[in-house]
Design a protein around this ligand. Structure first.
Ligand code: ARG
Length: 720
């Protein structure tokens, strides 16, 4: 009985990708997985999904700006991605006078398209390099292996690098270092902004609706890839021409039904589905709550400022959105991990593994070692979060901390050394970026708050020596907020980093004492150096050991379940994946049923004039009330379908990914996951997990009816 139970747990909760779980490597799709896709409704051949020699779907999928996905939708290099992926570029192109973030923007001809700092990457080919890697590190102990690995990987990617043609390789470790696969990319860097809806549409519902269904967001933006006349990558130039892609996605406006096949290509950033119970516990008890508490505080002070003034809003918008997005994610993640009892499930699985591993020298000790490793790191884990999310959560302190190498170079090599000159040039450009996004009032409040939070929440034995004693001597009671406010005010008043004249004087005649006496540098430098000296080495050792154990654990899992290996997929790591599933409604909790689509009616229901998150352009209200939906109408609902949900397995990085129908046409853009399954990085829930997508008909309606950009619609290949 017990044995059967164990093997069921093994195959259901961890191993075989159940239901629509799975982020598959498109070039290594096993026959079993492909057959399952066909069973679900796919009408394409394996070659149409991925081919090296012929154009295939993968050629239309790009990495958008290093962290999102985009897709090519016309024969002139037109890109669709999410609004939240284009957000920074849109904010950068905006000013208070031409506020594209607020009002939206469309280029009505190519001359109006706006240059951006975006880059995109096309996948050229994929090579399994496991043998080359293993050969080069053969026989090495773990510590030597990881020391040598970067140089080995570089040697392999150097062979495919061709700067002139924008070619470069990146090697991904799969199955926790049990396999190495190289992706070769071609990078283009003349990417122009073609269109965006106003933020009220592109981010409708804001952080209140973020990570939630039902959702009514027009989360799309439009860009274009430009290339030299020969189609090769080239720096921005008016001579460049729109790229002729190998493949682009036709756009279907036929509409969707519950149960329809849906496939998502893209670049999921990271999952850890083979996380241990130890990792889950540390996350739930320390890492996530610390991060959430610190971000709560930072967001509050930023938000106070952003609502006051559109110029400040533009300055802080990108950082605020980034911080808020994963603030809500990590809060929700812990809630769902607890709800699904993931810790207990992992423990159960580990017990079975331990039993299997007994008397097997390669595996027998893994969990005893995990326990030891976590035990030694756990006391410092909160400290690490307070550095990363707290101390350098103040933009001023974050900038100051980047100057540590500058101080080192100055002291050790001197002001005339090449090292120092290089560090100084880097500091000058970092300072500019810092000042462009700096809002003093919110930063000062953050710095004061974090000074106090660190004092209160972190073990006194770990505080940097003398720091708080000195602070107290000048400013008073360490348990009083007012103390930290005075202290922070002095930092902001006296630092040279916010004062051009003083900074320039330092640059002209650099002396270490100037840095060493700067109050912002004293603060950031003291905390960061204390961490780097005493705790960072412990963290590195912890991570290295975890990786060593993880590799062995993964290998053991595969050995223990040889039959299930065919249906195993490697954790997400920002390499291209395909996931398949269906459009599907769900029951989030007892007695509640969620529809698989939502409509314009819901937009009007949520609309709140003048609200920070739920306002809308008046034109949108008018058109919706008139039911002016043109060819984008959903006849069944006699309304616009705005968003829909699918069972696909995706995660951050997939943002902007195409949702593709059984015939290879674009039906929507994936942009989020649902709250009830936010455990998904660690535990995919087959009943509750949903991907939230913007219906492409709503995208086209926004472009056409709201934006009047018929030129863009004319460029697409519509399937009606
Ligand atoms: N949660 C979405 C993702 O990570 C981002 C949504 C952006 N919208 C927002 N309100 N922050 O892909």
């Amino acid at each position: 009985m017990k044995k059967i139970f164990v093997s069921i747990v093994l195959s259901i909760s961890l191993l075989k990708a159940s239901a629509d779980e799975g982020m598959w490597l498109p070039m290594l799709l096993g026959q079993q997985v492909y057959n399952d896709m066909v069973k679900k409704g796919l009408k394409l051949t394996k070659e149409q999904l991925y081919s090296i020699n012929k154009s295939s779907l993968k050629d239309a999928i790009i990495i958008f700006n290093g962290g999102c996905t985009g897709e090519i939708v016309s024969n002139q290099g037109l890109i669709f991605t999410n609004h939240h992926c284009g957000y920074g570029a849109i904010a950068n192109a905006s000013s208070v006078e031409h506020n594209y973030l607020k009002d939206g923007f469309y280029a009505y001809n190519k001359d109006q398209e706006i240059k951006s700092e975006i880059t995109v990457q096309f996948l050229e080919k994929i090579v399994d390099v496991t043998k080359d890697v293993e050969e080069a590190v053969k026989g090495l102990a773990w510590a030597d292996r990881i020391k040598k690995l970067p140089e080995v990987l570089k040697m392999i990617t150097d062979k495919v690098e061709d700067k002139e043609n924008g070619l470069g390789g990146r090697i991904y470790s799969m199955f926790k270092g049990n396999q190495y696969i190289m992706y070769v990319y071609k990078t283009y860097n003349d990417i122009r902004l073609v269109g965006t809806p106003p933020e009220s549409v592109g981010k409708f519902g804001g952080d209140t609706d973020n990570w939630e269904w039902p959702r009514h967001t027009g989360d799309f933006s439009i860009f274009r890839v430009y290339a030299a006349k020969d189609g090769e990558p080239a720096a921005y130039s008016t001579e460049n021409v729109p790229l002729k892609p190998k493949h682009f996605l036709p756009v279907s406006i036929k509409g969707i039904k519950d149960g329809d096949y849906a496939m998502i290509y893209g670049y999921p950033g990271g999952t850890n589905r083979y996380e241990t119970s130890f990792g889950v516990k540390l996350k739930n008890e320390i890492e996530n709550p610390s991060l959430v508490g610190l971000r709560d505080m930072r967001l509050k002070y930023m938000h106070e400022q952003m609502v006051k003034d559109p110029a400040i809003k533009l300055k802080l918008a990108e950082n605020y959105a980034r911080i808020a997005n994963y603030w809500k994610f990590f809060d929700g993640e812990t809630k769902q991990l607890l709800k699904f009892k993931t810790f207990e499930q992992k423990q159960q699985y580990e017990q079975a593994f331990i039993k299997w591993a007994k008397n097997k020298p390669a595996y027998g000790n893994i969990f005893a070692e995990y326990a030891k490793n976590y035990e030694s790191w756990t006391p410092y884990s909160k400290h690490r979060q307070y550095i990363n999310e707290g101390i350098v959560g103040s933009p001023l302190a974050a900038f100051a901390a980047t100057l540590i190498p500058l101080e080192d170079a100055l002291i050790n090599k001197g002001a005339e050394s090449a090292e120092f000159k290089k560090a100084m040039a880097a500091a000058t450009s970092k300072r500019k970026a810092f000042l462009d996004a700096e809002d003093r009032p919110s930063d000062e409040k953050i710095l004061a708050a974090v000074g106090m939070m660190f004092y209160t929440d972190i073990d006194k034995n770990q505080h940097p020596e003398d720091f708080y004693e000195n602070l107290s001597k000048t400013y008073g009671d360490l348990n009083d907020e007012a103390t930290y406010k005075k202290w922070a005010k002095d930092i902001f008043t006296n630092t040279i980093f916010l004062d051009d004249a003083k900074w320039d004087a330092f640059a002209a005649k650099p002396e270490a004492s100037i840095l060493q006496n700067d109050p912002a540098y004293i603060f950031a430098g003291t905390f960061v150096k204390n961490y780097n000296k005493k705790y960072a080495p412990l963290y590195t050792a912890f991570v290295d050991k975890n990786n060593e154990l993880g590799k062995a654990y993964m290998k053991g899992i595969m050995e223990m379940n040889p039959d299930a290996v065919k249906k195993m997929y490697p954790d997400a790591n920002f390499s291209m994946r395909v996931s398949y599933g269906n459009v599907k409604s769900y029951k989030p909790r007892d007695a509640v049923q969620y529809d698989y689509i939502c409509t314009g009616k819901g937009i009007i229901e949520k609309y709140k004039a003048g609200d920070y998150e739920f306002d809308l352009p008046s034109k949108q209200i008018e058109l919706m009330k008139k039911k002016d939906f043109g060819q984008y109408i959903d006849k069944g609902r006699n309304d616009l379908v705005v968003n829909f949900i699918t069972t696909n397995d995706i995660t951050g990085g997939n943002s902007g990914s195409p949702v593709i129908d059984a015939n290879g046409n674009l039906i929507g853009l994936a942009f989020d996951g649902n709250y009830e399954a936010l455990s998904h990085k660690i535990a995919f829930d087959k009943d509750l997990n949903r991907t939230i997508c913007v219906d492409v008909r709503y995208v086209l309606w926004c472009i056409d009816k709201l934006g009047g950009a018929k030129n863009i619609i004319d460029e697409l290949k519509l399937v009606k």
